[in-house]
Design a protein around this ligand. Structure first.
Ligand SMILES: [Zn+2]
Length: 91
C-alpha cells in the first residue's frame, strides 16, 4: 500500500480524534499524516485543554483557563475564586 494512503488514513483518524477531544481537526490531521501511528497515538493520549478546569470571565463571558490571571479575550483582571491569588515563590 502506498505511503500516501497510509498517511491519509492515519491523518483522518487522528484529525477525527483531535476534533472529538475539542482540538483542531487540521492540526491533528497534519500530525498524524506526518507521523503515522505515532501521531494518532499522540492524539489519543494527548490531554487537550478541554479537560482542564475553566471559569467564565465576568466581563466578556468567555471561558478562560483557571490559572490565567488576565482574560485572554478582553484583558479583564481575574482573581482566583474564593481568595486572593497566591504569591509566586522566589523572585
Ligand atoms: Zn474577558
Amino acid at each position: 500500500m502506498p505511503y500516501v494512503i497510509i498517511a491519509l488514513s492515519f491523518g483522518i483518524s487522528g484529525g477525527i480524534v483531535g476534533r472529538y477531544k475539542g482540538s483542531s481537526f487540521l492540526l491533528w490531521f497534519l500530525i498524524s499524516a506526518l507521523l503515522p501511528f505515532l501521531g494518532l497515538l499522540a492524539a489519543l493520549l494527548y490531554r487537550f485543554e478541554g479537560s482542564e478546569p475553566r471559569r467564565m470571565c465576568p466581563r466578556c463571558g468567555r471561558a478562560v483557563m483557571l490559572h490565567d490571571s488576565i482574560c485572554t479575550h478582553c484583558g479583564e483582571e481575574l482573581y482566583f475564586p474564593g481568595g486572593e491569588p497566591r504569591a509566586l515563590q522566589g523572585g
